[in-house]
Design a protein around this ligand. Structure first.
Ligand code: ADP
Ligand code: MG
Length: 210
């Protein structure tokens, strides 16, 4: 794993997000203020433009640059949350030129922990964390156990999908949707959908480039 995989990851996430425009867009229109897709697309475009500068960098400074770029370009609640994910991930990867799967999993978990602490939210509050927290735990467990890439990606995708779908029947206690009370029931959380789309894209990329 090296920075070229980050650049490829950005492109994969960007195209997956664009392909899910209709889904993501309609979810934030239903239980948010309708800007989530635009926020995420702007973030992807900013990172795609940054990509040439990331080539050849070690993981930590690359993540640091990604986080800083997201912080300055993406608004809404989600921009600073995604930014804090990459900044914390960069810290955890400091000094590792080519982190292995276990180290990457620990860094992913540190990034998710940063979102949790910045957003003051947890599992069950109908946010992106309903996808990210269970996926982070699973990723750490599977990489510690030495799971092969087929098993790992299949299980991670399943976990992301399960977490995303579970938000449908939750009442929101964080983010804009909390003000809707029971009217938020029956709608998937837009941030959870975006994270699922991104995680599936990264898993598919990992499978294609092994
Ligand atoms: P805004 O809510 O400011 O319009 P976005 O539409 O870009 O921002 O992002 C909304 C998403 O952000 C939600 O769907 C949810 O997943 C996530 N979110 C909102 N608040 C929090 C929080 N406190 N912790 C974690 N995630 C959150
Ligand atoms: Mg919004």
């Amino acid at each position: 794993m090296n920075t070229n995989s980050i650049v490829a990851g950005i492109a994969a996430v960007q195209s997956a997000v664009l392909a899910s425009e209709a889904d993501i867009e309609s979810l934030d229109r239903a239980i948010g203020d309708g800007d989530h897709f635009v926020n995420v697309r702007r973030g992807c475009e900013a990172l795609a433009a940054l990509a040439p500068q990331l080539v050849g960098l070690a993981f930590a400074p690359a993540c640091q640059q990604i986080g800083t770029k997201l912080l300055s370009t993406v608004g809404g609640a989600s921009g600073p949350l995604f930014a804090s994910f990459f900044l914390a991930m960069g810290k955890e990867l400091d000094g590792a030129d080519e982190p292995d799967g276990r180290h990457f999993a620990r860094a992913f978990a540190a990034g998710v922990e940063a979102i949790r602490s910045r957003g003051k939210a947890d599992v069950g509050e109908k946010t992106m964390l309903d996808v990210l927290i269970p996926v982070a735990r699973l990723l750490v467990r599977l990489t510690e156990a030495g799971a092969d890439i087929d098993t790992l990606t299949a299980k991670v995708k399943e976990e992301a999908r399960g977490g995303m779908l579970a938000t449908k029947d939750m009442m929101a206690t964080k983010g804009r949707a909390q003000y809707l009370g029971e009217r938020a029931l029956g709608h998937i959380d837009p941030g959870a959908k975006t994270c699922e789309v991104a995680i599936v894209a990264i898993c598919d990329l990992a499978l294609a480039s092994r």
